[in-house]
Design a protein around this ligand. Structure first.
Ligand SMILES: [Zn+2]
Length: 390
């Protein structure tokens, strides 16, 4: 394999489909090498080096959410998740809508442009990887896309994915490094809602194109220990991955991708491990659903946060995926579309559900409904606690 480092995922057990992230953690065998390194009693054993990552789906700002944000603030919608986002080394969000500024007019569906204060809030709560390769990225034309890039330029610590000013900018590797572990990112969208890319600027948005993807992955793969590919894809409102998604996932596994983060269907789809031709495994989250939105059907209220923790092991098999799973999330709002807030499902209560706008006429968004849907889709890969808590 061309990659410099062998990446060994400790999910051989999981490949059999039977382990939860907790089980993964306890199944992690004591590493003899580490024990050998600590044989001198006067030397304290080194802490294992780890890097943690979370990812959430569509941050989809409708007009009612803009109204509420402008009257109050944007960060409070994320307050319940802030401790997790702040604790993660890498926090990824799929920013579904443009942040082009007031000059382009703020708008919700169908051609979105959200206030830049929303972007400031994402940065404030701790997101550091923002994806813009979505079907809405050309909603307000090329100038609005460039203005969105200008906005993010004012946050040098944030990595923006999927949109590029020039071919040179596009070929610059997107890497995040911590504790000697380097994570690389690429991102693609299936399309741009019929708004074509300018003929002379195909570099502006990363579109799904297996030839280009293979080339870009080949260039990035040797530069990182762990490769994450974000995919805006799939059929809206469908809980099962499409044949096209499965085909592309197989293709990405063949390119030695380590983790695939999927979004766009607005509902959750399963996560699974796909074996790569080199015998290792790619972790695939087919769809994380909505992060937050003002959509109105019950299945769209349940999103998910992908969680994973990578540890530097010993020897040639240097990197181990120590824990991985999906934390279901609930989009909460009340009365006439106010009080927008995302909750982890493990912290959501029947009393909150009673307040949800979805339950004003008849109660359909029960805790039981949400829990059943989460376990139906994620099975034993669902995480029901804060994995960052000590
Ligand atoms: Zn989308």
């Amino acid at each position: 394999m061309k990659t410099a480092k062998g990446i060994f995922f400790l999910w051989v057990l999981c490949g059999l489909g039977a382990c939860t992230p907790r089980a993964l953690l306890t199944a992690h065998p004591p590493e003899t090498t580490r024990q050998t390194e600590t044989r001198q009693l006067d030397v304290a054993p080194a802490e294992p080096k780890t890097i943690s990552m979370l990812a959430v789906g569509d941050n989809l700002y409708h007009a009612s959410m803009i109204r509420e944000g402008e009257e109050g603030d944007y960060a409070s919608a994320y307050a319940e998740l802030r401790p997790l986002i702040e604790a993660a080394d890498i926090a990824f969000v799929n920013q579904e809508t443009l942040l082009a500024g007031k000059a382009f007019g703020f708008s919700g569906y169908p051609r979105f442009n959200s206030p830049q204060k929303l972007g400031q809030a994402l940065a404030e709560v701790g997101f550091n990887v923002i994806n813009h390769a979505t079907n809405h990225v050309l909603d307000k034309g090329e100038k609005a896309l460039l203005a969105t890039m200008d906005f993010w330029d004012t946050f040098p610590h944030i990595t923006v994915l999927g949109i590029h000013r020039s071919p040179e900018a596009r070929s610059q590797p997107k890497l995040l490094k911590k504790n000697n572990i380097t994570v690389g990112f690429l991102s693609y969208t299936y399309g741009t809602n019929g708004f074509p890319l300018p003929a002379d600027k195909p570099h502006l948005v990363s579109l799904i194109d297996t030839e280009i993807m293979a080339r870009e992955i080949e260039a990035l793969r040797p530069l990182c220990d762990f490769l994450v590919v974000s995919m805006h894809w799939g059929e809206e409102y469908v809980h099962e991955p499409s044949e096209e998604q499965k085909k592309l996932a197989t293709f990405l596994a063949a390119q030695q991708v380590d983790v695939l983060i999927g979004h766009h269907p607005h509902v959750i789809q399963p996560m699974e491990y796909i074996q790569r031709p080199d015998g290792k495994w790619m972790l695939c989250f087919y769809s994380l659903g909505n992060f937050i939105s003002a959509q109105v059907r019950a299945p769209r209220m349940l999103g998910a946060m992908a969680y994973l923790k990578i540890e530097e092991g010993a020897g040639e098999e240097r990197f181990v995926l120590l824990e991985a799973g999906a934390i279901p999330l609930v989009t909460h709002y009340e009365k006439e579309f106010v009080g927008f807030k995302v909750y982890p499902l493990y912290a959501y209560t029947e009393a909150l559900a009673d307040q949800h706008r979805m339950n004003q006429q008849k109660k359909e968004l029960t805790l039981d409904y949400l829990q059943s849907l989460a376990s139906k889709v994620f099975g034993d890969k669902e995480i029901k606690h804060n994995p960052f808590a000590p």
